[in-house]
Ligand binder design. Structure first.
Ligand code: SF4
Length: 289
């Protein structure tokens, strides 16, 4: 992979030190990225990506860990969890026929959804933004306070970092052609109170909306960001460090996993790993034609 001066400038902007040699180089020229504490990072490779198919059904969400009341949104992404008792989750009926809804009907269904008790505390649902026919889909976890207020995923400092990461790949959430404008959505469309961790029942209730969004967008690659997004999409409890560096398949769409921007704000050393993940996703997108 060759690095343009613009890309180098973008890497500096998102805080990745230019630790590899200046001038044209390749992924394999670069030194191995630093290890992640408490995880098992997989070095990115320029070799043909390993593809791991993931069964979509049954929709068994990952075992959600205990809530952490009062933590900021960024703490959820860190995976540092308390051992408190899980909150009670009330469940309601989900609208019928989600898997055949068009965009307008799906948006309306989400806006009025009361299928789990998160509807009681949300200001508004956060449906998702971007190009409905985007080549790239970004999947995050759940709205935080600012997202709940503004009705858009990935806002605030984490959103700004995501925008810079996208910019480094010549992608944007602003209006553009499907090749450049991504579609961004969360696993959960409503904010968990005090940004506590999503509960398995909540993920299970909300998941059909995301799956329908994926089916409507038909992206060529999905970038899953953060532990809950990754684990719920891939139906696994493995940490991101063990899942990154290879390509997974969900509903026939290649999925590349990486860290949540909120986590990267607290762990800037791992931005280099995230950049390697973005490069892998770009290879996957390019290979899709
Ligand atoms: S989180 Fe999802 S399932 Fe629960 S009320 Fe909101 S939209 Fe419905």
């Amino acid at each position: 992979m060759r690095w343009s001066e613009r890309q180098r400038a973008m890497l500096r902007e998102i805080g990745i030190p230019p630790f590899w040699p200046e001038g044209p180089t390749t992924e394999t020229d670069r030194p191995a990225p630093p290890a992640t504490e408490g995880a098992a990072p997989t070095p990115a490779s320029a070799q043909a990506p390993v593809v791991t198919p993931v069964p979509v059904r049954p929709a068994v969400p990952p075992p959600a860990s205990s809530p952490a009341q009062g933590r900021p949104a960024s703490a959820r992404a860190a995976g540092g969890l308390s051992r408190a008792t899980p909150p009670e989750v009330g469940l309601g009926a989900r609208p019928a026929g989600i898997d055949t809804m068009d965009w307008a009907t799906l948006r309306e269904a989400v806006a009025g959804c009361r299928a789990c008790s998160l509807c009681e505390s949300r200001r508004q649902t956060v449906f998702g933004v971007g190009n409905p026919a985007a080549d790239w889909m970004i999947v995050g976890e759940a709205p935080g306070e600012q997202e709940d207020r503004e009705g858009e995923p990935f806002v605030g400092r984490a959103g700004q970092l995501l925008d810079r990461m996208l910019h480094a790949l010549d992608l944007t959430r602003a209006e553009a052609a499907p090749a450049r404008q991504v579609f961004i959505a969360n696993v959960l469309k409503c904010r968990p109170p005090a940004n506590r961790n999503p509960q398995p029942q909540e993920v299970s209730q909300c998941e059909p909306y995301l799956l329908r969004q994926m089916a409507l967008v038909q992206p060529k690659v999905i970038l899953a960001m953060g532990r809950f997004a990754v684990q719920s999409l891939l139906k696994t409890s493995e940490p991101i460090g063990k899942l990154r560096g290879r390509v997974h398949m969900v509903q026939g769409v290649p999925v590349v996993v990486t860290y949540h921007p909120a986590y990267l704000l607290r762990n800037p050393a791992d931005k280099a790993l995230a950049w390697a993940d973005l490069c892998l996703a770009r290879e996957v997108r390019a290979a899709a034609g």
